[in-house]
Design a protein around this ligand. Structure first.
Ligand SMILES: Cc1cc2nc3c(=O)[nH]c(=O)nc-3n(C[C@H](O)[C@H](O)[C@H](O)COP(=O)(O)OP(=O)(O)OC[C@H]3O[C@@H](n4cnc5c(N)ncnc54)[C@H](O)[C@@H]3O)c2cc1C
Length: 469
C-alpha cells in the first residue's frame, strides 16, 4: 500500500471514529494517543474512547429527538462508536447508555485489529510536522498544554479558549411575543442591524426582586479542583452578580435603559432581560450576559420566572467549564479544515461541539473528508437538513457574530438540537389543524424523516432498498 497515512492526534471519541472512517475508506491511519504516557485530569484508563463522566449517549429516539437522530445517521454511516455502544448497551429507558469499560475495550480492540490502523502511544506536543500533509487534531476539551499553546500561536491567542462561559439558548417559537418585543437599546441600528435586533423581556420591581432572590438561593454546580475558578470581568456568572447586591443586575445585563415596552409604552420596565439571535436561521436566541453555574434543573425553573419565558424551551442550558476549543466559525472551512493550513483538520469537542455523540459525529465527518481528499475524491459537506449537516453548520458557519460587541468572541459549544435545522414544510393533515404538542411532534417527525432521507442520499445508500424493507 503506497498511500500516505492520515495522522490523527487524540484517541478519544472523535479521533477513534475518524481513524475508523478513514481506514474503512481504504486509507492508512496513524492514531497518536498520549495516554498512558501522559494522562489528563479527567481520564482514568488507557483505553481509547474513554467516557470521562456519564455513561449515556442520551436519547436513542430517532423520530423525536435530535441526538437520537444523530445516532441513526451515524449508524447509517458505519460508525464504530455507535456499533460499540450498541453491543455494550445497559438498560436506561429511552436512552442509550453503555457499559463504559466494555465500550472502550470494544473500540480499542477493533482499531487495534484494523489492518490499516497503527496506534502510537505518544504525546504530540506541537502542530503536526509538514510531512504529515493530512492530519486531524482531535485532542478534546483537555488538550495537553504544549499542543494547545502551539494551536494558539498558529491561530491567534483569541482564537483558542480554555473555558466556556455559556449562556442559555432558547427556541424562538417558545418565546411569548405578546409579552416580549423586538428592539435594540436606544434603537441603535449599528453596522449590520435593524434597530430591532433584540427580544426584550420586561420585569416590574416585584418580579425583579423575586428573580434576584431565586438566583441567590438556587443550587450551583461546583468547579472541579483542577478547574480553578475562572471568573473574568465581563463574564461573571449571573448568580455571582446577583450576590454582589440587589441593584447589580439592574445596572448590568438587566438594565432597562433605552428600551420602551411596545405592549405597554407608558410603563417603564424596572429591569429587562435581553435575548439575541444566535443562529443564522433565526430559530435560536441566547440570553445576553446570562452565563451561569446554576444547576440545570434550577435554570429551567428560575429562567421561566422571566415574563415572556414562562414556556421557554431551552436548546442549551448555561454552564462554565474547563474546555479547550477553537473559534471554528472563523478558522475552519466547511470540511473542518484550518483555512490557514489546508490538510490540517480539527474534530471533536475542540471544534465547539459538545458531548460524546456530537464529538464522535464530527470525528466521523473529519475522517471521511480527509480520506476523500487523500483518495482524490473530495466530498461535499452533508446537507444542512441532516443532523450531521446541522451540527457541522453550527461549527463552521451558522453562528451569528454580534456587531455591537466588536472583537468579543461569542461562539460557544453546543449539543445537537432541533433549533439548528432549517424549517420544514409540514405534511398536510386531512381535515385537521394541528396545535400545541401535536404540532410540535409532527414538526419533529417531519424534520427527522427529511434528515434521514437526505442523509441516505448523501451517503449514497440505496433508497429503494431502504423503502422496500
Ligand atoms: C470533566 C468532564 C466531564 C464530561 N462529562 C461529559 C458527559 O457526562 N457527557 C458527555 O456527553 N460529555 C461529557 N464531557 C465532554 C466530553 O469530554 C466530550 O463529549 C468527549 O469526550 C469529547 O470527545 P473528544 O474526542 O473531542 O475528546 P476526548 O474524548 O477527551 O479525547 C481526546 C483524546 O486526546 C488525547 N490527547 C490530548 N492531548 C493530546 C496530545 N497532545 N497528544 C496525543 N493525545 C492527546 C487525550 O488523552 C484523549 O484521549 C465531559 C468533559 C469533561 C472534561
Amino acid at each position: 500500500m503506497n498511500t500516505k497515512p492520515i495522522h490523527i492526534v487524540g484517541g478519544g471519541l472523535a479521533g477513534s471514529e475518524a481513524a475508523w472512517q478513514a481506514a474503512e475508506a481504504g486509507v492508512p491511519v496513524v492514531l497518536h494517543e498520549m495516554r498512558p504516557v501522559r494522562g489528563t485530569e479527567a481520564h482514568k484508563t488507557d483505553g481509547l474512547a474513554e467516557l470521562v463522566c456519564s455513561n449515556s449517549f442520551r436519547s436513542d429516539d430517532a423520530e423525536n429527538n435530535a441526538v437520537g437522530l444523530l445516532h441513526a445517521e451515524m449508524r447509517l454511516a458505519n460508525s464504530l462508536i455507535m456499533a460499540s455502544g450498541d453491543v455494550n448497551q445497559v438498560p436506561a429507558g429511552g436512552a442509550l447508555a453503555v457499559d463504559r469499560d466494555g465500550f472502550s475495550a470494544a473500540v480499542t480492540a477493533r482499531l487495534e485489529a484494523h489492518p490499516l490502523i497503527s496506534i502510537a502511544r505518544e504525546e504530540v506536543s506541537g502542530l503536526p510536522p509538514a510531512d504529515w500533509d493530512q492530519a486531524i487534531i482531535a485532542t478534546g476539551p483537555l488538550t495537553a498544554p504544549s499542543l494547545a499553546e502551539a494551536i494558539a500561536s498558529e491561530t491567534g491567542a483569541d482564537a483558542l479558549a480554555f473555558f466556556d462561559a455559556i449562556a442559555p439558548i432558547i427556541h424562538f417559537d417558545s418565546i411569548d411575543m405578546d409579552v416580549c418585543w423586538f428592539q435594540s437599546r436606544y434603537d441603535k441600528i449599528g453596522p449590520g442591524g435593524t434597530g430591532k435586533d433584540y427580544i426584550n423581556c420586561p420585569m416590574n420591581r416585584e418580579q425583579y426582586e423575586a428573580f434576584v432572590r431565586a438566583l441567590i438561593d438556587g443550587q450551583k454546580t461546583e468547579f472541579k479542583e483542577w478547574e480553578g475558578t475562572p471568573y473574568f470581568d465581563g463574564c461573571l456568572p449571573i448568580e455571582v452578580m446577583a450576590e454582589r447586591g440587589p441593584e447589580t443586575l439592574r445596572h448590568g445585563p438587566m438594565k432597562p435603559m433605552g428600551l420602551t415596552n411596545a405592549h405597554n409604552p407608558t410603563v417603564k420596565p424596572y429591569a429587562v432581560v435581553q435575548l439575541r439571535q444566535d443562529n443564522a436561521l433565526g430559530t435560536l436566541y441566547n440570553m445576553v450576559g446570562f452565563q451561569t453555574k446554576l444547576r440545570h434543573g434550577e435554570q429551567s425553573h428560575i429562567f421561566r420566572m422571566i415574563p415572556g419565558l414562562e414556556n421557554a424551551e431551552f436548546a442549551r442550558l448555561g454552564g462554565l467549564h474547563r474546555n479547550t476549543y477553537i473559534n471554528s466559525p472563523t478558522l475552519l472551512d466547511g470540511t473542518l479544515q484550518l483555512k490557514l493550513r489546508p490538510g490540517l483538520r480539527f474534530a471533536g469537542q475542540i471544534t465547539g461541539c459538545e458531548g460524546y455523540v456530537e464529538s464522535a459525529a464530527i470525528g466521523l465527518l473529519a475522517g471521511r473528508f480527509a480520506a476523500a481528499e487523500r483518495l482524490g475524491r473530495p466530498l461535499a459537506p452533508p446537507p444542512a437538513t441532516t443532523a450531521f449537516g446541522a451540527l457541522l453548520n453550527h461549527i463552521t458557519g451558522g453562528h451569528i457574530v454580534s456587531d455591537d460587541e466588536p472583537g468579543k468572541r461569542s461562539f460557544q459549544p453546543m449539543n445537537v438540537n432541533f433549533g439548528l435545522f432549517p424549517p420544514v414544510t409540514m405534511p398536510k393533515t386531512e381535515g385537521k389543524r394541528l396545535r400545541g404538542k401535536e404540532k410540535t411532534q409532527a414538526k419533529k417527525k417531519a424534520v427527522t424523516a427529511r434528515a434521514l432521507s437526505d442523509c441516505r442520499g448523501w451517503l449514497g445508500l440505496d433508497m429503494t432498498a431502504e423503502a422496500a424493507e
